[in-house]
Write a protein that binds this ligand. Structure first.
Ligand SMILES: *[C@@H]1O[C@H](CO)[C@@H](O)[C@H](O)[C@H]1NC(C)=O
Ligand SMILES: [Zn+2]
Length: 171
């Protein structure tokens, strides 16, 4: 069900593991990949595996991409907040959601400070990966073909998100 990025992703993982702890602690590094290891919410991979469903784990922790049109959140039209499926941090206001036709939940703007950008060179393309600012879970990518007012398309994996309706009823 999930398209995993294995080849180049494995190389990146190995490189990160090789970085000494001291280098990761001071996060002024422009190497955004290093920053990705020091989110405010930190769990071991074993803890993440136990917290998340296998599908959530593959996307949030291993940067897999869910198959298009598989997330019910594509069709979510209620007012509310889209939160991180990993740590619950609020990420997007429903007022910034739009139908992009891509098959993935799409937004033109995140909540302030909610996400971080990481340069993604997998698949021989340079894309801008979007991660949760708090737990650094992989959410998706941002592209510059979105609608006004930002012109941005935050293309998110629905499985990486959790929707909380404004009225507080169950999603
Ligand atoms: C979401 O956007 C609406 C409309 O702009 C606004 O009234 C509401 O306060 C926003 N909610 C959050 C959580 O930012
Ligand atoms: Zn998170």
């Amino acid at each position: 069900m999930l398209a995993r990025r294995t080849l180049l992703g494995a190389g990146l993982g190995a490189a990160l593991v090789a970085v000494p702890m001291s280098a990761r602690a001071g996060t002024t590094s422009s190497e955004a990949d290093l920053e990705a290891r020091v989110g405010e919410v930190r769990y071991s991979e074993a803890e993440w595996r136990s917290k998340l469903t296998p599908e959530q784990y593959e996307v949030l922790r291993r940067a897999a991409t869910e198959r298009r049109w598989t997330s019910a959140l594509n069709y979510e039209k209620r007012e509310g907040t889209f939160k991180c499926g990993g740590c619950g941090s609020p990420l997007f206001n429903s007022s910034a959601k739009y139908e992009s036709g891509s098959g993935w939940p799409s937004f033109w703007q995140p909540l302030p400070g909610a996400v971080t950008e990481v340069t993604d060179r997998d698949f021989f393309m340079v894309r801008t990966e979007i991660r949760c600012a708090k737990c650094h879970g992989h959410l998706g990518h941002v592209f510059d073909d979105g609608p006004a007012p930002t012109g941005l398309r935050y293309c998110m994996n629905g499985v990486a998100l959790a929707f909380e309706p404004k009225d507080g009823t169950a999603a």
